[in-house]
Design a protein around this ligand. Structure first.
Ligand code: MSP
Length: 633
């Protein structure tokens, strides 16, 4: 992509329902790309918005007993709130009911009609009501909708409508796609579109009689009709930047650098939209990028399946940066990815709490102990330092490459590798030993190098985790404001003498069994497990022998428990619900074969069970006397 500007869009979301993780993903991805380009100093325009017309919205309004506009007004707020919460930095938010959009759509329709690109004809064919799509005889051999996600019976329809001469652009489109490999990405999606174009391309019905669908933009040349939802929605990408109203602004941003879409709307974006633009005489977007699907475990996500992941819940429980990080790190762009809370916690603990969080805490502590809380003046670097510096600088290049290939997940991996290498470097150079030995010169060199890596890693992670990375930068005594890519490709920007601020752990470890803040509600329905899976978990009764608070952690209690044939210590996040003394003598239920872990530096071997709802937490116990160590099944 040329660097003169970057214009990125998300699909505009239907206002028929509340936003879910799929919507959150596309918008976070666009935000990460936008922030990354701003980091590189590229003028950036990031557009998102809502698709407010059409049958889906009309039906949702009817169900709720409100007008479609009211439905749109109520639902749009949910999207806007979510984007605020996810720290989305869009430059514009377009609603298709806004006058600026309606005017652009009508101007386009009028122009295409006047030039014979749109014509009226009698339509006689098949129609799928839920998909709002027309099909020919050939498309519906079994009388059912050919959309693999639908398959419902189609209806015979006979009515006059308006058509866009899409078919005439078929050969042009095939040639354009073949000559511009970056146009549809990833490659296998380009082949999918080319496959679709092997069949004759029909003209596109672009209208609906108001008698059937009233909620839409009226055709300027026939008030008995509204325009079909795609001819309305796709235009948002140009109406928002001033097509027909502000030519200078339009010139500045069009063509789009990247339309991000989900794989479900590939045909509309790679066939309808390019042919519409061609008929309007406008240049093509540089890239239409279709990402894969978020599954929940192995299953499709859906309201009827009851497994919709609510992004608001995830942010409340784990924080916005960790949520953004997980979505970006876990999905290889283009492929489907699986969301489970276990995978989330695993990755959070491994990448953020352990690798990155520990590195920061170690370096800050050593800077406090060994350098009076300031960035030190480094001495002459040795071979280990030279190697670390080389890796840091090549990581910036790897991130650039990863973004150029639309693989932010690989960029994230490269930064994590750098963080891990720095942890190994510290193990090797042992600054704590240097401090004890009084070898200040080497100590300062080592800490300066580790600090520099943190500065670079924080900058490279900035588009993904802007809030936490700002805290990290502040901790290192760096100036306020976003970093710039040039600085991240240059070694030695940490200023000796700058004051370092100790900060609480950026990503406190999520302990098994200790749900994080507000972790009472399951954000999703877990997949079923087999009996064999269940059998792996050993649940036993235990008697609490002693209990006390863990110093410096207001949620944690440390319990000594009797498991019948052994005594153990466990740490549990129940201090806000139980007084330590009140637990002594109680019989509780614990997962006894859980791998031991250290929680806030305290050994925990096992996990107690507790039920929770809306901020209330109650221990699971047994109904009467039973010896400690009894199996619970
Ligand atoms: N309004 C149309 C788009 C018009 S664009 C000119 C639409 N809206 S939508 O609300 O149904 O959802 C749009 C997008 O949400 C999908 O294309 C995709 O980007 C995202 N996702 C919806 N479910 C998803 C998953 N389960 N996983 C990932 N993204 C998915 O279609």
């Amino acid at each position: 992509m040329p660097d003169s500007k970057f214009y990125v869009t998300t699909p505009i979301y239907y206002v028929n329902d509340r936003p879910h993780i799929g919507h959150a993903y596309t918008t976070i991805l666009a935000d990460v790309l936008a922030r990354y380009h701003r980091l590189r100093g590229v003028p950036t325009m990031f557009l998102t918005g809502t698709d407010e017309h059409g049958q889906k919205v009309q039906q949702a309004a009817e169900r709720g007993g409100i007008s479609p506009q009211e439905q749109a007004d109520r639902t749009v707020v949910r999207f806007q709130e979510l984007w605020r919460k996810l720290e989305i930095t869009h430059d514009d938010f377009i609603r298709t009911t806004e006058p600026r959009h309606v005017a652009a759509v009508q101007a386009i329709l009028q122009d295409l009609y006047a030039r014979g690109e749109i014509y009226r004809a009698e339509y006689d064919g098949w129609y799928c009501v839920p998909c709002e799509r027309f099909f020919t005889e050939r498309d519906v051999p079994a009388g059912r909708c050919p959309n693999p996600d639908c398959g419902r019976p189609v209806e015979r329809i006979r009515e006059a409508n308006y058509f866009f001469r899409m078919g005439r652009y078929q050969q042009w489109l095939i040639a354009y796609i073949q000559e511009h490999p970056a146009f549809i990405q990833p490659d296998f999606r380009r082949n999918e579109t080319l496959g679709f174009l092997r069949k004759p391309l029909n003209d596109l019905c672009i209208s609906r009689p108001k008698s059937r669908l009233a909620w839409g933009i009226e055709l300027p040349f026939d008030p008995a009709y509204v325009t079909y939802v795609w001819f309305d929605a796709l235009v948002n990408y140009i109406s928002a930047i001033g097509y027909h109203s502000d030519p200078a602004r339009f010139q500045q941003w069009w063509p789009a650098s990247c339309h991000l879409i989900g794989k479900d709307i590939l045909t509309t974006h790679t066939v309808y939209w390019p042919t519409m633009l061609k008929a309007m005489g406008l240049p093509m977007p540089e890239t239409i990028f279709a990402h894969g699907w978020w599954l929940v475990g192995e299953t499709k996500m859906g309201k009827s399946l009851g497994n919709v992941v609510n992004p608001m819940d995830m942010v409340d429980r784990y924080g916005v940066d960790a949520f953004r990080y997980f979505l970006m790190a876990e999905m290889a762009l283009g492929q489907d990815a699986s969301f489970t809370e276990e995978a989330f916690v695993r990755r959070y603990n491994a990448d953020l709490a352990n690798d990155l969080g520990n590195l920061l805490q170690r370096v800050l502590k050593m800077l406090a102990d060994g350098c009076a809380g300031c960035i030190p003046e480094p001495g002459t670097p040795g071979p280990e330092e030279a190697q670390l510096q080389g890796t840091a600088l090549s990581t910036a290049a790897a991130v650039e490459q990863a973004f150029a290939n639309m693989r932010p997940d690989l960029g994230i991996n490269a930064v994590l590798d750098l963080v891990r290498e720095t942890n190994r470097y510290l193990e090797l150079r042992q600054p704590w030993t240097l401090l004890k030995r009084g070898d200040r010169r080497t100590l300062h060199t080592v800490l300066y190098h580790a600090g520099e890596v943190l500065r670079i890693a924080a900058g490279l992670f900035h588009p993904v985790m802007p809030g936490k990375m700002q805290t990290l930068r502040r901790a290192l005594g760096l100036p306020e404001g976003a970093p710039d890519m040039g600085g991240l490709k240059t070694w030695g920007r940490l200023r000796p003498g700058a004051r370092v601020e100790p900060v609480p752990p950026l990503f406190p470890r999520i302990a098994a069994g200790n749900n994080p803040p507000d972790g009472e509600k399951q954000a999703m329905t877990s997949p079923t497990i087999t009996y064999a899976d269940f059998e792996k978990i050993q649940l036993r009764t235990a008697r609490v022998l002693a209990a006390e608070r863990v110093a410096g952690a207001d949620r944690l209690l440390k319990l000594q428990i009797d498991l019948g044939n052994e005594r153990r210590q466990i740490v549990a996040g129940i201090a806000q619900h139980y007084e330590a003394a009140a637990l002594v003598g109680r019989t509780i239920v614990v997962v006894s074969n859980l791998q031991p872990a250290r929680i806030r530096g305290v050994e925990s071997h096992g996990m107690l069970l507790a039920a929770s709802s809306d901020g209330v937490l109650k221990l699971v116990t047994v109904d009467g006397e039973i010896p400690p160590g009894s199996a619970v099944k």
